[in-house]
Design a protein around this ligand. Structure first.
Ligand code: PPE
Length: 308
């Protein structure tokens, strides 16, 4: 990660190294925060942030769901994110990380009285699962950990505490020599990757798990569904078993950080012929064009930020 110049924290832009919190912050102890991950890309008209409004809407909804008081509206957060990209002069694209978290004011689990803090940082962040992975696909393995479920947490909100579940899965997969963990829900159906939604292709039909199966309502997921349907490909949202991935012709992962990354192997079984397939490559190309402002019909998904 390359640090950038400034971070927006509680109403002001502060130098990167001064954006600090107290060790007794509630969120540090209990994971009481909600975050977002957003990317900006270089375009012919300067840097543009992809689906910024939808990300901030999800952040606001997540705070409401977890009962974290937030004084900023999604529209205000949109403006703040634009200023962070502009002030850091991140013209070649960047990753934007907004975080709402509880600070001092409450010791113990009851969060009442804890101050809400809001920060938005941005930095340059390359391929999440490696350049090599984007091109040739990655090796995945089903985790021994089950995905957080609707009975215990809120899988559709990006609550920071819930990510301990993703961390367990990711660390386990990497320690075993794989690049990513795929996670089943408590019923044994596919939920998602540790930080990505999953698409499975069989005989030209694309299937992705419904949000009710415990995956995040991913914004890249929605973009991929839109792109696939506009290319005339049938997309279904329905439950997938572990074995469905063993039978698949193609599988790819999507997320803001991961973008569109092919899976070339699952549980040591090659997927298809072990190389990224045609539908995966088409979505990769379309998504790459889309986020760089090369498909005019989706221009409303881009927020152009003028550089200094
Ligand atoms: N599922 C999970 C669990 C998840 O964390 C993400 C994003 C997605 C699906 C895809 O959602 P979307 O970005 O809206 O398409 N993961 C973020 C954080 C990754 C991290 O390591 O931190 C991201 O991609 O920004």
């Amino acid at each position: 990660m390359t640090p950038s110049r400034v971070i927006w924290l509680d109403g002001e832009l502060v130098p990167w190294e001064d954006a600090k919190v107290h060790v007794l912050s509630h969120a540090l102890h209990y994971g009481s925060g909600v975050f977002e991950g957003i990317r900006a890309y270089p375009t012919d008209r300067g840097p543009a942030i992809f689906r910024l409004q939808e990300h901030m809407d999800r952040l606001v909804r997540g705070c409401r769901a977890y009962g974290i008081p937030l004084e900023y509206s999604a529209d205000e957060l949109v403006e703040i994110a634009e200023s962070v990209v502009r002030e850091n002069d991140l013209r070649d694209g960047c990753y934007i990380r907004p975080l709402v978290f509880l600070g001092l004011g409450s010791i113990g689990l009851n969060p009442a009285g804890a101050a809400t803090h809001v920060m938005v940082a941005a930095w340059e962040w390359g391929a999440y699962l490696g350049e090599e992975g984007v091109e040739h696909g990655i090796r995945g393995r089903f985790s021994s950990w089950r995905r957080i479920n609707h009975a215990s947490l809120i899988p559709s909100a990006k609550g920071t505490g819930g990510y301990l579940n993703s961390i367990l899965a990711k660390a386990e997969a990497v320690a075993a020599g794989y690049e990513e963990a795929l996670m089943l829900n408590s019923e044994g159906f596919l939920a998602e990757g540790s930080g990505e939604n999953v698409f499975v292709i069989n005989d030209g039909v694309v299937t992705t798990p419904p949000v009710s199966d415990g995956c995040l309502n991913g914004i890249t997921r929605d973009s991929a569904i839109t792109l696939l349907r506009s290319e005339g490909v049938e997309v279904r949202e329905s439950s997938l078993t572990r074995a469905a991935l063993y039978y698949a012709d193609e599988v790819f992962l999507v997320g803001t950080a991961a973008e569109v990354t092919p899976l070339r192997e699952i549980d040591d079984r090659p997927i298809g012929d072990g190389k990224p397939g045609p539908i995966t490559k088409m979505v990769q190309k379309d998504y790459g064009d889309l986020v760089r402002g090369r498909i005019p019909e989706y221009d409303h998904w881009l927020t152009y930020v003028e550089g200094n």
